[in-house]
Structure formats: structure tokens, C-alpha cells
Ligand binder design. Structure first.
Ligand code: SAH
Length: 252
């Protein structure tokens, strides 16, 4: 059996209880070495084989999984954050399907949640934005033309941008040409929830300069949008005395 497990954003105690137990039971752990906190690996049992997938190809990972399965091992494929975002898990599941290897996914806390916690931020503020756009700049992986940052920026929703810390100048230009103005609040969150976490709040017009000064080029998320100021919102209807919900009657 193979468990695809989300390791969480960084802090070793931000893995789920289920993921933690699976890690303790595993005979083979293949972890995404570039971003998974290595302290999590201390939780594995004695004799557990541990491989760093940052040094492996998809074929090599699959070969190890197949070999493990033939020997009746419990395998944990440990991905950073939640595996559903930029985790390249579909191709692994397709390989496992073709080899009839059973698998299950255990979700994790994505770094975009870790970043919001670090910033003490609610992404969805009534009266400002009710949507979060998770996207990235194009890198080696192409981004469809219709999803270019400038097009998504036109919504002026809250945007959380992954995998783009090395392209802050281009990112800033794209966001500005899409319709945000230079004064739109923004933040760079470096290594959210890790001990070395750093937060930089700035205006969009200062984004690339802030990144340059602080030497941020990887393992960061960029948050942009009027919600980043966390001001000027309307209070929620959910907890408003004048509104009833299925759980609460109106109060005068
Ligand atoms: N599945 C992961 C994302 C993997 S893509 C998740 O759910 O978080 C890798 C990118 O995620 C990095 O380039 C960076 O943009 C972001 N990232 C991952 N962990 C991070 C962290 N702790 N702090 C800030 N950004 C992080």
C-alpha cells in the first residue's frame, strides 16, 4: 500500500495526526527533499528505508514503489504542503494505476494556509474579496495563456502566487499591467511556519525591490490584493445579531 501524504508547510508539528501515524508505520519513505522538513523523518521506525525524491526521476520513484509493493512494504510518499497543489502526483497515481498498486491520499496543510497564519490574515474579507486565486508565473512548466497573471489580476481578488519568488520583477509588472495599482498591499512570506520564517509587507510597487533587498529568491509565497491590508471590511453576516442562521436565532 502506498500513502501519498501531505507533510504540511514546514513546522514539523503541522503534519496531520493521520499523516504522522502513517509516517510512523512506513517501511519505505520517499520524501520531496527540497521542501519537506527533515525532522519529520526522525519519526520513522527503525529500519525504515528513506529516499529523497529530489535526487530521483519519476521512473526511479516508481521503481522503488513497485519494488516496495512486491515486498509487501508500506510506503509513504511524502509531499510538501498539500499534495494537490503543484505536487506532480497525478503522474505517479497514473503509474500506480497501470501497475495496479493501491494508494490513498492523506491531505496536508498547504503553505498558502501557513502563510495566512503567519500574516494573521483572512484571505476572504466581506466587502473586499471573496475569492482566492492560487497561481504561479510560468517557469519550466508552461501556464496556459488564458491564466496569465495579468489576466487573473483583472479580478482584483486576493492572489497567492507560488513558485515565482525568483521572478519578482516580472511578477510585479504582470500584476500592475493586470489592473492592481502600485499601492495595492502585498506580502512576501519566506518559509512560512519554519523556524527561519520571514515576513515582508510592502506595496505592490515595492515588491521586487523588497525581494531584492531581503534576498528572497525561493521558498516564498507572494500575497497580493486589497485584503492584505486587513482593513475596511464589512462585518460578517454569520455572527451578526440581526441575522438568523440554522444554528442561531435573531437577537435584538
Ligand atoms: N504542495 C505545496 C506546494 C509545492 S510547490 C503546498 O501545498 O504548499 C513549491 C512552492 O510552494 C515553493 O516554490 C513556494 O512558492 C511554496 N512553498 C512551499 N512551502 C512554503 C513555505 N513554507 N513558505 C512559503 N512558500 C512555500
Amino acid at each position: 500500500m502506498v500513502y501519498i501524504v501531505g507533510a504540511g508547510p514546514g513546522a514539523e508539528d503541522l503534519i496531520t495526526v493521520r499523516g504522522f501515524k502513517l509516517l510512523q508505520q512506513a517501511d519505505l519513505v520517499i520524501y520531496a527533499g527540497s521542501l519537506v522538513n527533515p525532522s519529520l523523518l526522525k519519526e520513522t521506525k527503525e529500519g525504515c528505508r528513506i529516499l529523497n525524491s529530489a535526487k530521483m526521476t519519476l521512473e526511479e520513484v516508481m521503481e522503488e514503489i513497485k519494488h516496495g509493493e512486491e515486498n509487501g512494504l508500506t510506503t509513504v510518499r511524502l509531499h510538501t504542503g498539500d499534495p494537490c497543489l503543484y505536487g506532480a502526483i497525478r503522474e505517479q497515481m497514473d503509474h500506480m494505476d497501470s501497475m495496479q498498486i493501491p494508494y490513498e491520499i492523506c491531505p496536508g496543510v498547504s503553505s498558502f494556509c501557513g502563510a495566512a497564519a503567519a500574516l494573521e490574515m483572512e484571505y476572504t474579507l466581506p466587502g473586499i474579496s471573496q475569492s482566492v486565486i492560487i497561481t504561479r508565473m510560468e517557469g519550466r512548466t508552461a501556464v496556459p495563456e488564458r491564466e496569465r497573471i495579468r489576466k487573473l489580476a483583472a479580478h482584483k481578488a486576493t492572489m497567492v502566487i507560488f513558485l515565482s519568488a525568483g521572478m519578482l520583477k516580472e511578477l510585479e509588472e504582470e500584476l500592475l499591467s493586470g489592473g492592481y495599482n502600485k499601492d495595492t498591499p502585498a506580502a512576501i512570506v519566506y518559509k512560512a511556519t519554519w523556524p527561519e520564517e520571514k515576513l515582508f509587507r510592502c506595496k505592490l510597487g515595492e515588491l521586487s525591490e523588497t525581494g531584492r533587498q531581503e534576498r528572497i529568491s525561493k521558498t516564498a509565497l507572494i500575497i497580493v490584493g486589497d485584503t492584505a491590508a486587513q482593513k475596511g471590511y464589512e462585518r460578517s453576516k454569520l455572527y451578526h445579531p440581526q441575522f438568523e442562521t440554522g444554528f442561531r436565532n435573531k437577537k435584538d
